[in-house]
Design a protein around this ligand. Sequence first.
Ligand code: HH2
Length: 282
Amino acid sequence: MGGGLVWRCGDLVLDCAERTLIMGILNVTPDSFSDGGRYFDHAAAVEHAARMVDEGADIIDVGGESTRPGSDPVPAAEERDRVVPVVEALASRVSVPISVDTRKAEVAREALGAGAKIVNDVTAGADTEMFDVVKDAGAGLVLMHMLGDPKTMQEAPRYGDVVAEVREFLRERIGAAEFAGVPYEALCIDPGIGFGKDLVHNLVILKRLETFAELGRPVLVGPSRKRFIGAILDLPEGERIEGTAGAVAWSVAHGANVVRVHDVKEIIRVVRVVDAIVRADA
Ligand code: HH2
C-alpha cells in the first residue's frame, strides 16, 4: 500500500509506506476540547510528550490555540509564548520530529526556528506568508480542509458532495503550495474531521478516505475523541477511546498514512494490528 510514499520534513524523510505514522497530540492550551489545561504548564507538557514518544509516537504535534467548534482566536504573541518554549525544550529532549499546529505564519516561523520540522496548518495556508515560511525552513506541511472558521464552522455546514469538494480544495491547495515553492514531497493532506462537517459529512469522508490518497500525498486523519464519536456512542470526551480506535482502524485500512491521536499507547496497538493485516502477502 502506498509503495514508496515519502514525506520530506526538513532533513528527515518519513516513510509512509512501511507503516502508519502516529502523531501524538500535545495541546498547550487552557481550553482544548478533551485535554484543555492538562498540559498548559510547560514542564507537564514536555513530560507528556516524552511519554508519548516512549509509547511509540512518530511525531509530536504541539498546539497553542484550540480550534474546537465555537472557540475564539488566540493572539499571536500569546500562542507563541505557549508553543515556542515547549518546542525548544522538546527538540533537545525527544528524537522524533515535532510539528507545530498553527494557522499563523509568525508562530510557525518561530517554532521552526526553535526546532520544529513540520507545520500543521488547519487552514491549509490561509495566512499569505505561511507557504514562504515553510519553504524557507525546508519544513514539512500538513494542508487540512476546514469549512469556515472554528468560531462558526459547526453552525450549519453544507456541501453538495462533501468528498468531491474537500478533495478539490486539497488538490487546489497542493497546487498553491507548490506554486509558492513548497516541494510536493513536503506536503501531507488531511480532510479535517470535525472542521465544518456534520456527523454524516464526517462518516462519508471516512467511508471514502481512499479518494484522498489518489492525490498522491500522505493522508493524515484526526478522529481522536471527536464529537462525531460522542454523537454515535452518546459518550463524553473521556470515554471515546474505543470509538477512536474504531475510526482509526477503519482509516488505516482505507489509506490513512498518519493518524493524529491523544491516546498513543492504546491506539498504536490498534494501528500495528491493522498495518499487519493491510500488508499481509500470501
Ligand atoms: N484536529 C484538531 C486540531 N488540529 N490538525 C489536523 N491536521 N487534523 C485534525 O483533525 C486536527 C488538527 C482538534 O483536536 P484537538 O487538538 O484535540 O483539540 P483542540 O482544537 O480543542 O485543541
